[in-house]
Design a protein around this ligand. Sequence first.
Ligand code: SAM
Ligand code: SF4
Length: 454
Amino acid sequence: MKTLETNLIEKYNVPGPRYTSYPTVPYWENNIKNDRWKKLVRESFKAHNESEGLSLYIHLPYCESLCTYCGCNTRITINHTVELPYISTVLKEWSQYLLLFERIPVIKEIHIGGGTPTFFKPENLEILMRGILEKSILHPKAELSFEAHPNSTSKKHLETLFNLGFRRLSLGIQDFDPKVQEICNRQQSFETVENVTLQARSMGYTSINFDLLYGLPYQTLNTISDTIEKVNLLKPDRIAFYSYAHVPWLKPSQKIFERYLPGSDVKRSLYEKGRELLEQSGYLEIGMDHFALESDSLYHAAQNKTLHRNFMGYTCNHTHMLIGLGASSISDTWTGFMQNIKTVETYMSYINNRILPIHKGHELNTEDLILRKHILNIMCKMETRWDQVEDQTPDLFNCLLRLEEMEKDNLIQIDNFSLKVLPEGKPFLRNICMAFDERMWKNVPQTQIFSNTI
Ligand SMILES: C[S@@+](CC[C@H](N)C(=O)[O-])C[C@H]1O[C@@H](n2cnc3c(N)ncnc32)[C@H](O)[C@@H]1O
Ligand code: SF4
């Protein structure tokens, strides 16, 4: 006989976005061209930089080998001569933004992601960061973080970035089981991870995140328990426990292990097991996929309902302006989004010819802004309200109609002017947000464009 939980999983396991933006990228109208984007950047800088500073994301796409599950925008190579030309292009892109700012920018947050930032030599990362920092002011409470592959992270990497002000790092772990690692083409030992973690701690890094994945081929309740047992020996401050996104139409390498993937109810039980073990070890689930120890700032932001979410994921810094540098990076002026061209060579050639590398953009209308607020509230605070006229849209009634079924299933509680996510609803955050996704409902995709929500 099926359990209530299994029924809910079957019912709500549909393709859906992860809502790092609203509208989501496939629904952007592509209604921003060069001059308009520059105007939005200038206006956003004027309105927000002095009071709150900006967030900066830098995408370094290179990796030495391809992990078969990978859904990120990467470029696989063992040729390290690519490092300096790419860095010099990113610095040129930053200079082009500096021309749009009316004074030296204040930076509140920097995240270097990828790809694998530690693919780059420490001295080249230093050139990159010095180039960025020499033309800006770091906010006294600025948070600097980077993503690191344990296999390519040396003591020199950690020291160089620490001396530049980095205090957070995020290590890609995924799974410690040898059979899972083999099919994922990603062999990394516990000892390597332990070594990087202990070195970073002893140097003074204050927040270490581990990325784990559930739903990978060959994963079982035993392998998940074993992985989390090993994670517990190192006690990272934060854990991103991501649902593996299966998107073989975008990432063909995922096809090779398709037949070994767990089914959706097994996948859900992997998540449940992981969550149970993490909670027993003192981690609080702070939002979709993310856990933090009580000593970490994300934990407090979740408790105080000050958590924010942007293209980089959950953060304690609520800035209204995010500049994304590098191939495929996304920028957000709050009134508009823009994604850079994804192919490394084309991105570099645009920048080197002083052309904005716009791949796609979207200027938000009033309804987008209101719906984004509700979606962000649900993702970050597990509740939202619409008692103020400025939080209502003509389509809000349709959104509430779509939520009736979830209310009956006790996933949410709706009063006259508010919605609260109930504990049983936490695993279905993506589905709850989808009810507010007017753009998707007005143009339901004919083919699958998002991974499944479970
Ligand atoms: C840019 S990588 C992290 C840094 C480094 N490249 C590494 O792998 O160690 C970002 C993270 O995205 C996650 N990720 C990659 N492919 C994914 C997928 N298909 N579904 C969900 N998460 C994925 C992994 O957890 C990975 O650690
Ligand atoms: S998971 Fe990380 S190391 Fe592996 S291919 Fe993706 S970005 Fe590169």
